[in-house]
Write a protein that binds this ligand. Structure first.
Ligand SMILES: [Zn+2]
Length: 352
């Protein structure tokens, strides 16, 4: 647990203080400083220090909305520790509605970075030294990539007990196990001794109400778990640790009709989409190779061979039956049920 002074971007935040900090991460072509906005909230009492970051991919703004709502509520009464909120990490991408940095590099594949490396590498290094090195835990908020949507799920290295603790506490129904891609923020932060989880939820370019609710609850749940705020944790209708996921891809070019939506349970062999020619002739049916849950899917019905259609989180037959029963018992206003309904509103889901 971190003790002693808390200093970010040259600004000291003392016990009981809440400060807005502009952290310099780069410069523009005209030589002006590029800064990212942070809010640092510190309780009087020492305790864990947690960062919450969003828009490391500049077009994934659901997390920005989650942090914005969290700060807007003004109800964060920290009883111990400190939280560093960074609603927009990749300000370059955020300004141009793009995932990447101006040098076309993916910031989330550039960690831990170096002070003498590329543009992306220098920004990554700055985030590691100023944010990660000041924290004991991290929550990094993401959405699916362009033209895809994700049913809200947490991803973490479940072999790390502290990462597992906050991953389960966050309260998503699905927790996907894994260290994360090479060079990703969560992988390198966890390796550096700051166990970090990510939320993958919804689409880019949107602030989706159902995703915001799950994100807000999740941050509160983690802070409650770490005894940093008072309150009760919310629990999902069921919680599955996922060890295997699989993308189903188009075999031929055509137009898809979907038969499932994000969060749906699927049986082995169940069709998830049918591929038609542009003139309406059926070409093939795409079926789930195993029992599972729809973790993510494309929102673009026009596909070429090899393009992703549906991301399935694999379950056993027994798990599938058990989770289905638990979900049926859950209240219809449960945030997971609402997310399942809302995420599919712009996808045409039809019977087989
Ligand atoms: Zn992302």
């Amino acid at each position: 647990m971190s003790r002693g002074p808390l200093k970010i971007g040259g600004v000291s935040v003392r016990p009981g203080q809440s400060k807005d900090v502009k952290l310099e991460i780069s410069e523009t072509y005209t030589g002006d400083k590029t800064r990212i906005p942070l809010q640092v909230v510190r309780a009087n009492k020492d305790g864990p220090r947690v960062f919450v970051t969003a828009a490391i991919h500049g077009d994934e703004i659901n997390g920005t909305g989650i942090i914005h709502d969290f700060l807007f509520e003004q109800s964060l009464k920290l009883t111990a520790g400190a939280v560093i909120f960074a609603p927009v990490v990749n300000v370059f991408g955020f300004e141009s509605h793009e995932r990447y940095l101006p040098d076309r590099r993916d910031l989330n594949r550039s960690f831990p970075g170096s002070p003498t490396g590329s543009l992306a590498s220098r920004i990554a290094n700055k985030l590691m030294t100023e944010i990660v090195d000041n924290c004991d835990y991290g929550i990094d908020l993401h959405t699916a990539a362009f033209q895809r949507t994700n049913y809200p799920n947490v991803r973490a290295d479940l072999s790390n007990p502290q990462a597992k603790r906050i991953a389960l506490a966050f309260g998503c129904a699905l927790v996907v196990d894994g260290k994360g891609p090479l060079g990703s923020f969560r992988r390198e932060a966890t390796k550096r001794g700051c166990p970090t989880i990510i939320l993958e939820a919804g689409e880019p370019w949107k602030m989706e109400p159902s995703v915001q609710t799950i994100g807000l609850n999740g941050i509160r749940n983690v802070l409650t778990e770490l005894d940093m705020i008072e309150g009760l944790k919310t629990k999902p209708p069921f919680q599955a640790s996922i060890r295997k996921t699989q993308w189903l891809r188009a075999k031929v070019g055509g137009i898809l009709k979907f038969h499932v939506s994000p969060g749906d349970f699927v049986a082995q062999g169940q069709p998830v989409a049918t591929n038609y020619t542009i003139l309406g002739k059926e070409q093939n049916s795409i079926a789930s190779p195993s029992p599972g849950i729809v973790l993510g899917m494309t929102t673009m019905p026009a596909v070429k061979p090899g393009e992703p259609i549906c991301h399935i989180a694999t379950l056993t037959k027994t798990q599938l039956a058990r989770y289905k029963r638990l979900l049926e018992r859950a209240a219809s206003e449960d945030p997971h049920q609402i997310a399942q309904r809302d995420l599919a509103t712009n996808i045409d889901v039809s019977a087989i």
